[in-house]
Design a protein around this ligand. Structure first.
Ligand code: PLP
Length: 282
């Protein structure tokens, strides 16, 4: 398969990353994951905007502009004949002798990107998945999609060891988001999700869901909610680029509702599917 290293599309086996790349040594960089449906990049504009914002927030200058990045995405899809999958893109602050301080202007950021075939998780979307709750031990800039994912890795592993798909995180009892997703509860017909503050990543899927709710008169609020609200919710779901609208049917071993995906979650899933179809036919 072909991968991107800066502006070069090369064979994956030919790609070389310096052992003193700052992404490798400090996690000093940002990334994005973009979903490809039928060879079409879904919400690529929004992902690239967030990518540039993440870079800006860590005071890193992107090595290419948005138009060039869009071209790279198109090239990767075409070269690898990608139909259904994802593109991972990251930019690090470059490679130079290890030093916490930012490198000088002569050191250029390093862009890498590659594609992966991924099927939609249809069985899980249909039947729902289990989740567990764990403490959010991350830093206070979770709005940045940074390469530093150790707390997320630990939480996801904890979930896996309890036979769960996702770990839902809380800070002092306030539910923030999932280890790699945004989290939502539904109570009395209203969808609630944590506001887009520094404590969560403002998911692109989250933004699509909020728009779909607004366009379809589905009550939705960006408000804090707590562990008690989570436990007593009528429905729970999480969202992400690869998980889409994923129903949570069990939380810490307790069934949510009747233990099946709820009606409003299913409604959102069908609206989301329509949105995907729209993009495919563009
Ligand atoms: N929150 C976290 C911590 C994530 O890692 C992700 C995605 O991987 C999300 C939320 C969902 O974001 P998006 O919908 O843009 O994929």
């Amino acid at each position: 398969a072909k991968v991107l290293v800066n502006d070069q599309l090369i064979e994956r086996t030919e790609a070389v990353i310096d052992i003193e790349d700052r992404g490798y040594q400090f996690g000093d960089g940002v990334y994005e994951v973009i979903r490809i449906y039928d060879g079409m990049a879904f919400t690529a504009d929004e992902h690239l905007d967030r990518f540039f914002h993440s870079a800006e927030k860590i005071k890193m200058e992107m090595p290419f502009d948005k138009q060039q990045m869009l071209q790279f995405i198109e090239q990767l899809i075409k070269e690898n004949n990608l139909q259904d999958g994802s593109i991972y893109m990251q930019v690090t602050r470059g490679a130079t002798a290890r030093n916490h301080l930012f490198p000088g202007k002569d050191i250029k950021p390093v862009l890498t990107a590659y594609t992966k075939e991924v099927a939609r998780p249809e069985e899980k979307l249909e039947n729902g998945v289990k989740a567990m709750v764990t403490e959010d031990i991350r830093w206070l800039r979770c709005d940045i999609k940074s390469l530093n994912l150790l707390p997320n890795v630990l939480a996801k592993q904890e979930a896996k060891e309890q036979d769960c798909y996702e770990a839902i995180l809380h800070r002092n009892g306030t539910v923030t988001e999932g280890s790699s997703s945004n989290a939502y509860i539904i109570k009395d017909g209203k969808i609630i999700t944590h506001p887009a503050t520094n404590l969560i990543l403002n998911g692109i899927t989250r933004q699509v869901i909020l728009q779909l709710c607004q366009a379809n008169q589905i009550p939705v609020a960006e408000e804090e909610f707590h562990l008690d609200d989570l436990k007593t919710a009528d429905e729970i779901f999480v969202s992400s680029t690869t998980s889409e609208v994923m129903p949570i049917v069990q939380l810490d071993g307790q069934s949510i509702g009747d233990g099946k995906p709820g009606p409003l979650t299913k409604k959102l899933q069908s609206l989301f599917l329509e949105k995907i179809e729209e993009v495919k036919t563009q």
